[in-house]
Ligand binder design. Structure first.
Ligand code: AMP
Length: 180
């Protein structure tokens, strides 16, 4: 997709200084999601990247990864699988814990959600440090799908989150912000 179109989506993202804690520049994507043209452009751009690649499941990370993750799944004719915080999924789960700046976090997926025939796109709204996506990748990788791709709507270049994700995995963003 032409860069200008994605730049027009990026321009709709609202920056909220010091949210949820001082020092964080929070990228509020709800202002892009509520714009019908922007929402459709994001779906078009993701579809362009992954169509024809045999994707069978899109895995979205709670909660902002559910919005465009489900849209992408629908565009590709694939299924949608949620990764959630502990205690939210009702059936048998497998989980992965990871270190955050302060303490640990855990994410879960239904243990029957992915099979060895699946080709998976892991999706979240934003790549910051990459810690959450790395844990999600390790969780899905342990279920032995045929392939895993990683997609974000946007990335914060200043945090170098790409570097914590495996070098041999294709990682895409639709647009990026320069700072942290
Ligand atoms: P991380 O594990 O650091 O890559 O970030 C985990 C999650 O926190 C991402 O999925 C984002 O949804 C959210 N997040 C982190 N930093 C920001 C930010 N500056 N603006 C908006 N969302 C953020």
């Amino acid at each position: 997709m032409e860069k200008e179109k994605l730049e027009s989506v990026k321009a709709l993202v609202r920056n909220i200084p010091d949210f949820p804690v001082p020092g964080i520049q929070f990228k509020d994507l709800t202002t892009a999601f509520k714009d019908a043209r922007a929402l459709n452009l994001m779906a078009d751009a993701m579809e362009e990247i992954y169509k024809g690649r045999g994707v069978t499941k899109v895995v979205g990370i709670e909660s902002r990864g559910f919005i465009c993750g489900a849209l992408l799944a629908s565009r590709l004719g694939a299924g949608f699988v949620p990764i959630r915080k502990p205690g939210k999924l009702p059936a048998d789960t497998i989980s992965m814990s990871y270190e955050k700046e302060y303490g640990t976090d855990t994410i879960e997926i239904h243990s029957d959600a992915i099979c060895s025939d699946d080709i998976v796109v892991l999706h979240d709204d934003l790549l910051a440090t990459g810690g959450t996506m790395l844990a999600a990748y390790q969780l899905v990788k342990s279920m032995n799908p045929r392939a895993i791709y990683i997609n974000f709507l946007c990335g914060l270049k200043g945090l170098n989150g790409r570097d914590v994700l495996p070098a041999d995995v294709e990682v895409t963003t639709l647009f990026d912000f320069d700072g942290k």
